[in-house]
Design a protein around this ligand. Structure first.
Ligand code: GAP
Length: 513
């Protein structure tokens, strides 16, 4: 099965089992907006809890806030979003479809990379054991030609984007002979800039220009509260402020399911440090954040850093943590060393001093900032695509299973009476009544036990407890593990401990210490 088919199956699966629904579906949906169903919202909450606790609970010098979505419009002028939070867009005159010019070019580069990988695989097959990949890449004419094309395209794209040269961007699209995937033609309009912020009106206070924006990132809510938190929390540098919340962007190219949405959630942390120490902290946060991802057990090979060659004018280091999504490696999290740009600009635009008095140095200064910024929805997608398996079992049966980390799984255990009579449902209910105080449980007595196991596998429940006739005698139950499908008999009295060991968030957090 191709990755594309697997991705389609995953999307269908998340809808079928109550994880993710297209928004406003009975009205034919709304582009790039999704709703989380009964299981999706549990998964999302568990991811947010993991992030929040790793930041705010494990670090004594990081505190969390919850700032409003609506903010003073001058904030977005100061941050640069009004002037420069743009995407370059281009239309195909035949299909009338609109694209992001840089995304068209990135897709072109991805296709060339795919061609190179195919050539390498051919070489591997041809030369067998004797195959030397590095030498092949350095000498094969096809590979070299495509690598040169990639290099040239990247260089010209970065130069055009940096110089905001929209004509050069269009020329590059023409030179690369990029065609519209729908019409197949090269009949392109000029490239134009498009601001991604949604605006709306705030009341009707006389004298105020009423336009305000839905925040396109949560970070600015942290910057404008920097002094409030520092003073009231008596925070000393280095310290961090974390926040989880909704952000809104009028994305032109909305695709790949919940990867790029118009309404999404971010988990952002701004870490304030002494100027001069920022690169050291940048390196630490780079490492810490990768560790957070790796603890989820989805394989080291599925993550990579992408250090930015092209830095925003205010940044002196930036990297992305990319995840191997079903459509390839793409950004999951950004880590940026943002210098004193944001606080400096808010100081300038608000006219209020946003400085830190350093008792050791006996001087005041604007702190530098390291930002870690990750999308909740992208993490949901990473976790679901890393967990989704279509397995063929030894007995010839097939099962679809979500091998979610137990600490993230929406339902932690299912309690299943073997039959609907003989006092088994009563004992199962008794067990469930105790366990549901600590764990999200499901009770299920319908269909055969095999079918019920499959249903739990499909939603990613790590443990199933089966109550049978013998349970009435020996006060033991069968505990079934989702991944190994192994079953063991254990006393009811031990259930709490066993389930807790398996699903507690402690198992994740401990790996970060
Ligand atoms: N404050 C910095 C900032 O917002 P960003 O790279 O634009 O940086 C950070 O966004 C993260 O937010 C991304 O790595 C991604 O996980 C998530 N994100 C950004 N745009 C998104 C969108 N349209 N849909 C879903 N997630 C998005």
């Amino acid at each position: 099965m191709t990755q594309e088919d697997l991705f389609k199956n995953l999307i269908a699966h998340t809808k079928e089992y109550g994880y993710i629904f297209p928004s406003s579906e009975i009205y034919d949906g709304l582009g790039a907006v999704y709703d989380y169903g009964q299981l999706g919202s549990e998964l999302k909450n568990n991811i947010k809890k993991y992030w929040w606790e790793s930041m705010v609970r494990l670090n004594e010098n990081i505190v969390g806030i919850d700032s409003a979505i609506f903010m003073h419009p001058r904030i977005w002028e100061a941050s640069g979003h009004v002037g420069a939070f743009n995407d370059p867009l281009i239309d195909n005159k035949d299909s009338k479809k609109r694209y992001r010019a840089d995304v068209l070019l990135e897709d072109y580069i991805a296709k060339l990379e795919e061609k190179i990988n195919k050539d390498v695989e051919k070489g591997r097959k041809k030369f067998g054991e004797a195959f030397d990949e590095a030498q092949f890449r350095a000498t094969n004419p096809n590979v070299l030609r495509n690598a040169r094309k990639i290099e040239e395209c990247k260089e010209r794209m970065v130069a055009a984007l940096n110089a905001n040269d929209l004509d050069a961007l269009k020329q590059l699209i023409l030179d690369c002979e990029i065609v519209c995937p729908i019409s197949g033609t090269k009949n392109w309009t000029d490239v134009r800039q498009f601001n991604l912020m949604f605006s709306t009106q705030l009341g009707s206070v006389s004298g105020e220009s009423g336009t305000i924006y839905l925040r396109p990132e949560t970070a600015q809510g942290i910057f404008v509260n920097y002094l409030n938190v520092q003073k009231t929390g008596r925070m000393k540098l280095p310290f961090g402020i974390a926040q989880i919340g909704k952000a809104f962007r009028n994305e032109i190219v909305a695709r790949q399911f919940i990867f790029r949405m118009r309404e999404f959630e971010q988990m952002e942390m701004q870490f304030f440090v002494q100027p001069g120490q920022e690169l050291e902290w940048f390196a630490k946060w780079k490492e810490t954040r990768l560790k957070w991802h790796l603890a989820l057990g989805m394989g080291e090979e599925n993550y990579r850093y992408h250090d930015h060659d092209k830095l925003a004018h205010y940044a002196n280091a930036a990297t992305d943590i990319e995840f191997n999504f079903p459509f390839g490696f793409k950004e999951l999290e950004g880590i940026h060393s943002r210098t004193d740009f944001d606080l400096g600009r808010h100081q300038e635009y608000s006219g209020k001093k946003l400085q830190y008095f350093d008792p050791e140095k006996g001087e005041s200064y604007v702190p530098y900032v390291i930002e870690t910024s990750i999308g909740v929805d992208r993490t949901v997608l990473a976790v679901l695509s890393g967990a989704y398996r279509e397995e063929k079992l030894e007995n010839g049966e097939e099962r679809v299973v979500l091998k979610l980390h137990p600490a993230l799984a929406p339902v932690k255990l299912a309690v299943l009476p073997l039959v609907k009579k003989d006092g088994l449902p009563e004992l199962a209910r008794e067990i469930m009544a105790e366990l549901k105080l600590d764990f999200n449980c499901q009770y299920d007595e319908k269909d055969s036990i095999g079918k019920r196991y499959r249903r739990q596998d499909a939603i990613g429940t790590p443990l199933c407890i089966t109550v049978d006739h013998q349970s009435l005698e020996d006060k033991c139950v069968t505990l079934r593990d989702r991944d190994t499908m192994q079953q063991e008999r254990i006393p009811i009295a031990e259930l709490y401990k066993r389930v807790d060991e398996k699903v507690n968030m402690r198992t994740l957090l401990k790996q970060l210490m």
